[in-house]
Design a protein around this ligand. Sequence first.
Ligand SMILES: Cc1ncc(COP(=O)(O)O)c(C=O)c1O
Length: 429
Amino acid sequence: MPGIDERYSQLHPKSAVLSERAEDLFPDGVTHDGRKAGPFRVYMDHGLGPRKWDVDGNEYIDYRTGHGSMILGQANPAIVKAVSEQMTKGTHLSASTEMEVRWGTLVTELVPSAEKLRFVNSGTEALMMAFRMVRTFTGKSKILKFDKAFHGWADGPFVAAAGDNPNNGIPQQVRETMVVMPYDIAQVEQALADDDDIAGVVFQGNQVIRPSFIEQLREVTSQHDVPLIFDEVVSGFRWSRGGCQGLYNVVPDLSGMAKILAGGLPGGCVAGRAEIVDTIAPGRISHPGTFNANPLSAAAGATALEIVKNEPIGETADARANRLKDGLNGLLSKMEIPGCAYGVSSIVHMRLGTDHECDRVYCDQGEQAMMVGYGDASIALLGRALTNEGVWGGPTSFILSATHAEDDIDQTLERYEAALQQVRAEGAI
Ligand SMILES: Cc1ncc(COP(=O)(O)O)c(C=O)c1O
């Protein structure tokens, strides 16, 4: 049997050629930093349900699921039909459409905080607009965010995100508008008491943290009359039909959404209290945007949200995630590998190479555990072994869809075990 990297090269000759060509076109050869991979990247061709196929014909069980946007799997028939029909009717009518009203109505029906909304084109745009709205509403300038939280790549929201650095072109003046906090409610309360220029607090809805923290965050922001923004880009329509706020019954003032919202096409929205969303008004915030609520995204989004509303989509994805989580934890015990699989709803995270107490949902080790354990090179090798075995995603994070069947999960576990054995045989774990 060839080694992991030799097999990776043997299985993916067309990808190797494309990867080399892309090096001259794109920084790091990619169009999204999260797709960097060595020694070269695998190029995908098509997908169906929970499976994908690369340009060399290899088949994968998919756990990246459109960076979390494809909870209905690839090529969902209802979405394909809706988008195809819209395609023939025109892709941009440069006017308001019936479809955007249908789409917006579904958002207000599903999301507890959503009295009114505006559509944008991505999660990044949603958070940019949310910040601007709370600043306009309160007349204040700063935003309190949590350390390492990701709210898109725009200047303000990206400050203190993983990967932020002093050389990335974000002006110091913008940095000074961001107050960065650890997940410590006493420190948040102190910051709100000390600084009367905080326009809003933003919380990443898919942060794996005990609900009591989220409840306390709502309490202290209400006490200080500071709007609370939930970034529901990942958690929206996944943690529950109403997102993180629906699962924990904590209602923010504004929410930024994207991904599942637009049914696998580009799209986002800011939704919330009418008086805050209505800061988009003459003499206040102006909001154009060529592709806002474009007919294709509106058709895909409205169709997706109708399915999420009427069928047990989140429930099914959660059940499959629990099966995967239980199986991975069993595998680690069986192979005597320190670590755990944990996570909320239908996203499973893993810590590998570190022994600790864990309740398998809100891993008590917190961020610290990320710092120890196997090194990056071992994890990357495990990733390539998994790719060779036909699992796309992981090796330490899995985003599930409602199309993953129990058989897909069981097959994934077999493949994960094989990958771990190969990495162990090469002495990397
Ligand atoms: C929590 C969160 N917020 C915002 C964003 C940005 O969304 P987009 O990539 O659509 O700009 C992402 C993207 O992954 C995200 O995970």
